[in-house]
Ligand binder design. Structure first.
Ligand code: GLV
Length: 312
């Protein structure tokens, strides 16, 4: 039998992955953190989500690390990550679609004043809000990787003026694109609803700060489905207080779970969701993982590899 596949996550038991691998490869040696990893010298492939720092370095015969999330910051914070072992990440159309749904849902909820109508209904009040034309509610997507591209493209299909910002220049049909430090201020100045899907790297940590909020038009709305580490929480709370930012939908937090008593929990203009904007869906994520396992076992080039230096 080939080397063991280890499922390194405390969130779920991994049994759905085991079934998928058995269908693809026949009987396999499948280990999980929850049930015990046994002799870790047997482990050839590690599927990981937030592994304990240092753990992967103890697998002496590891040939490939698979990030169970599209974001890989959860792996790269591990200072002992084994340097010679390739890291790949899932590329999951299901997850990508969910992320776009999340952004579209909260953008439209804000655009169509649904939260205000919910409050009016509770008060028994018939109160039409001021009409805002779709072309006056401009979307700006920060991060134009596979998720950002899908999200931006779907906003374009809705007829919403859509721009995107990325570190390096990108072109996308129907999307006004900006890049680099120079493009950021111009991108922000035309963005009424900001959607963050950047990867968390040294360069992007804390990027959603007071300066950035001040560069948006007054009353802009923020949707963060990137990482909590992108946000300087005190700056966002101050911008909400001054109404520079009118509201925020936050799926990810500096500390997860969001600690009890955190100001976001009870904030009337903040929607908190528990890191569910996009959940890895084994049905859609597994074909790429199965292909990479075949490739690593037969010494072929891997797909969806991660560049540890750039952080994504
Ligand atoms: C989820 O947060 C992911 O990185 O896929």
């Amino acid at each position: 039998m080939a080397g063991a596949i280890a499922y390194i996550s405390r969130d779920t038991d991994g049994l759905h992955w085991k079934k998928i691998f058995e269908t693809a490869f026949g009987p396999i040696d499948f280990r999980t953190v929850k049930e015990g990893l046994g002799n870790t010298d047997d482990i050839e492939i590690a599927l990981a989500w937030k592994p304990a720092p240092g753990l992967l370095a103890t697998f002496k015969n590891l040939k490939m690390i698979v990030s169970l999330g599209m974001g890989v910051d959860h792996l790269l914070i591990d200072e002992k990550l084994p340097a010679g072992v390739p890291i790949t990440r899932i590329m999951d159309d299901g997850l990508i679609g969910q992320m776009s749904e999340y952004a579209i849902f909260f953008a439209l909820r804000h655009h169509r004043d649904i939260e205000k109508y919910a409050a009016s209904q509770r008060a028994g009040t018939w109160k039409p809000e001021k009409f805002v034309d779709t072309i006056d509610r401009r979307i700006g997507v920060m991060g134009l990787g596979t998720i950002g591209q899908d999200t931006a493209g779907k906003f374009v299909a809705l007829g919403v003026p859509t721009a995107g910002w990325s570190r390096t220049q990108k072109t996308l049909p129907g999307v006004e694109t900006f890049h680099g430090a120079d493009g950021l201020a111009r991108f922000l100045a035309r963005t009424d609803i900001l959607v963050n899907v950047l990867p968390l790297t040294r360069e992007t940590r804390g990027i959603l700060d007071a300066k950035l909020f001040a560069a948006l038009p007054k009353g802009a709305y923020v949707i963060n489905m990137g990482r909590g580490g992108h946000v300087v929480d005190d700056d966002l709370l101050a911008a909400l207080e001054s109404e520079q930012i009118s509201g925020a939908a936050l799926d990810v937090f500096n500390t997860e779970p969001l600690p009890a008593g955190h100001a976001y929990w009870a904030h009337p203009r903040v929607q908190v969701t528990p890191h569910v904007a996009g959940s890895t869906n084994p049905r859609t994520a597994s074909p790429g993982v199965v292909e990479n396992i075949k490739r690593v076992r037969s010494g072929q080039p891997l797909l969806n590899t991660v560049d540890a230096k750039s952080g994504y």
